[in-house]
Design a protein around this ligand. Structure first.
Ligand SMILES: NC(=O)c1ccc[n+]([C@@H]2O[C@H](COP(=O)([O-])OP(=O)(O)OC[C@H]3O[C@@H](n4cnc5c(N)ncnc54)[C@H](O)[C@@H]3O)[C@@H](O)[C@H]2O)c1
Length: 376
């Protein structure tokens, strides 16, 4: 069993998810590498203490991320910090020669993303991947398989989205994800968008143009003291794209919403084709819907209850349900597997896939501003 010694930079919501995944590594079978979190870094000491109290392998803690980069015992970094810090921190981590799983959107904007990509190009020995866990849901893995098998015939249309609902409450206090200076001009696209574009870009379905309609629904929110302050970021984004594929064109409708009534964390993908259609939504996390079609046959959806089987085998019985933290564990298995030199069973999102999302979101901002279709 090889050990990959990690520093965690950013001890917030996602940092804790990684600690939990690393702590239940025994869940995975037939994997000869494991992560060990030996160092934590956050500008808020109370958050580091949570890890020091609960993760026995943590031996280093610092509020200065440079200390993580200078530590020769650290092989790899998970960096889960606000978007305005991605550019500087990711570049420094890569230049320090540490493998990196970075969080989306992989740079606050296209310029920051380009800096990260330049650092990657200059350090090809470093493995750099972007966090994106939803494709590891078993039903999503089946859809990946269907695309690889070219089951769909001619693609008629693709819809993908990621929808949240809690911002419907106009009294929900503001946080950094609703501030342009920290979250970025992309608004909801920077926060939720990469989850939506990851699989389409993995499939090679890169839009040739986009018409975006972006909405800022709640323009003020209370701050911590209750005072109303501007809430400038886009809440919802609908991107209608034209995709050229195999000599024909099909529409792709990508949506990211912070205000989608009733949807708590709904990630979905639907692919309609002349010979086969398939859809999966985390709203029904074990349900895979498919519709095979041949000339003259009935057009009937089939529903399959998927079990727990994802890319990496685990101890969970095949019929048991799979959830968010299982997807996170699978993503970490894929990252550690690849960092240890193996070919991962499903590769984590790549920097070029993240770069493509920046191109699309930048075009979407221009489309909204000028109310026109923008070529990519
Ligand atoms: N993959 C997913 O499903 C998912 C879900 C939520 C968030 N995210 C992404 O994860 C990243 C972090 O989001 P979060 O929800 O965990 O945010 P968070 O606010 O909960 O955590 C961010 C942490 O970074 C710390 N921090 C700020 N400046 C720092 C610095 N200079 N050095 C070290 N630490 C610093 C903050 O104190 C905070 O604890 C973002 O890029 C976000 O888009 C991904």
């Amino acid at each position: 069993m090889k050990t990959l010694r990690f520093a965690l930079i950013g001890c917030g919501l996602m940092g804790r998810e990684f600690a939990s995944a690393a702590a239940r590594w025994l869940h995975l079978t037939n994997l000869d590498v494991r992560p060990e979190i030996i160092a934590v870094c956050d500008t808020n000491p109370a958050l580091m203490q949570w890890f020091q109290d609960r993760v026995p392998t943590v031996r280093f803690a610092s509020s200065n991320y440079q200390d993580m980069l200078e530590n020769p015992e650290i092989d790899a970094v998970y960096c889960a910090v606000p978007h305005n810090l991605h550019g500087q921190l990711y570049v420094d981590i890569i230049q320090a020669g540490k493998h990196l799983l970075g969080e989306k959107p992989f740079g606050i904007d296209a310029a920051a993303n380009a800096q990260i990509n330049a650092a990657i190009a200059a350090n090809p020995h470093v493995l750099v991947r972007c966090s994106s866990e939803f494709p590891f849901f078993p039903a999503a893995q089946k859809i990946v398989q269907f695309v690889q098998e070219k089951r769909f015939g001619r693609i008629l249309e693709v819809e993908a989205g990621f929808w949240h609902s809690s911002d419907l409450d106009a009294n929900k206090p503001i946080n950094w994800k609703r501030m342009v200076a920290i979250n970025g001009e992309y608004g909801v696209m920077g926060d939720l968008g990469f989850h939506v574009t990851h699989l389409p870009s993995r499939f090679g379905w890169l839009p040739r143009d986009v018409r975006a309609v972006l909405s800022n629904v709640v323009t003020q929110r209370p701050d911590a003291s209750g005072k109303l302050v501007p809430c400038e970021t886009w809440d919802n984004a609908s991107l209608l794209c034209a995709v050229e594929h195999n000599g024909y064109e099909f529409p792709m409708n990508l949506s990211m919403k912070r205000i989608a009534p009733s949807q708590t964390n709904t990630w979905f993908i639907r692919i309609y084709g002349t010979e086969f259609s398939a859809e999966f939504s985390t709203k029904y996390p074990k349900t895979l819907r498919t519709l095979p079609y041949s000339s003259g046959a009935a057009q009937a959806w089939h529903e399959l209850d998927t079990g727990s089987e994802s890319a990496y085998p685990s101890i969970t019985g095949g019929i048991f349900e799979f959830g968010f933290s299982d997807a996170i564990l699978q993503m970490w298995a894929a990252f550690c597997d690849e960092a240890s030199g193996s070919t991962p069973k499903f590769q984590c999102a790549t920097p070029s896939e993240a770069a493509f999302s920046h191109k699309l979101f930048t075009a979407a901002l221009e489309s909204q501003k000028n109310r026109r279709v923008v070529q990519l």
